[in-house]
Design a binder for this molecule. Structure first.
Ligand SMILES: Cc1ncc(COP(=O)(O)O)c(C=O)c1O
Length: 292
């Protein structure tokens, strides 16, 4: 049977990306999520949340999905919505890259921009959407910040792929993930900790005041999907360092990825330098073309 584009979500490659200054001792393996059809890790959760909402009868043909998103979930929802006959309205900060907005529109999605300050208080953004629904607007909020099918997609899919891809490699000592909703670190972290009980789960968030697109500081808001008990340490990273590491990925590894991939790479390299011989698994969440 012919496979649709949605059947090609996931099964992304795991690539070895040693640090340039420490090539022999570092063992950093990155999952290249930009190779998903919609260009980011968010394809996985968009499909999982939509399938679950359909199963529960919450989403029917012709419905409009509404979602607060830093962009990638918007792209993914617009793509899946285009395939499944829904409309998508995406509420995004005005700092989102123009490319992401154009991609969403190309998939037929509607972009609604809000001020960066307003976006910083995402709890209020979600409340406003819930009020619109209470007041009778026919919208379906999947809510990646609260929806268990966000970490669930990573528990059942992303983590299992990593485990299979690590089969012939040493057991990982660290898992490093940038944190936006916290869905990735929670879903992958939980499954990897079950499989490798000694693994350390490491989060990366922007230092207060800086923007690393896709990431968000827990100082602003602790999303209900995050399981803080799982996380051994969270690093606050300056945006400048994430951007430099993103450029290093393109120029020395041939991987054109986004700023949050740079953030994950920077902290993975730091851990590699501090722990010679350690095996580190990380996630590069999206493609770099959408930040040019
Ligand atoms: C580019 C990028 N990187 C990382 C993340 C963080 O992923 P998560 O929401 O699973 O914490 C996001 C989430 O929006 C993202 O768009």
């Amino acid at each position: 049977m012919a496979r649709t584009i949605l059947d090609n979500i996931g099964n992304t490659p795991l690539v070895k990306v040693e640090s340039a200054d420490n090539d022999d001792s570092a063992n950093i393996f990155a999952k290249i999520e930009g190779m998903n059809p919609g260009g980011s890790i968010k394809d996985r959760i968009a499909l999982n949340m939509i399938l679950d909402a359909e199963e529960k009868g919450l989403l029917k043909e012709g419905d409009t999905i509404i979602e607060p998103t830093s962009g990638n979930t918007g792209v993914a929802l617009a793509m899946v919505a285009a395939m499944t006959g829904y409309k998508a309205q995406l509420i995004m900060p005005n700092t989102t890259s123009p490319e992401k907005m154009k991609i969403i529109k190309a998939f037929g999605g509607e972009v609604v921009l809000i001020e960066k300050n307003e976006w910083g208080e995402v709890k209020k953004v979600i409340e406003k959407i819930k009020d619109r629904i209470k007041n009778g607007e026919k919208l379906v909020l999947l809510n990646q910040y609260e929806n268990k099918n966000n970490p669930g997609a990573h528990y059942i899919q992303t983590a299992e792929e990593i485990i299979a891809q690590m089969e012939d490699l040493p057991d990982p000592n660290f898992f490093v993930a940038g944190m936006g909703t916290g869905g990735t670190i929670t879903g992958v972290g939980l499954r990897l900790k079950e499989k490798f009980p000694n693994i350390k789960i490491i989060g990366v968030q922007p230092v207060s005041g800086d923007t690393i697109e896709g990431l968000r500081s827990l100082e602003d808001f602790i999303p209900p999907v995050v399981n803080l008990d799982l996380i051994n340490k969270i690093y606050d990273l300056e945006a400048k360092k994430a951007l430099e590491a993103k450029d290093e990925l393109a120029k020395t590894k041939g991987i054109l990825a986004g700023p949050s991939s740079g953030a994950a790479f920077f902290i993975s390299k730091q851990l590699a330098a501090e722990n010679p011989g350690a095996t580190i698994v990380t996630i590069f969440p999206d493609r770099g073309e959408r930040y040019l």
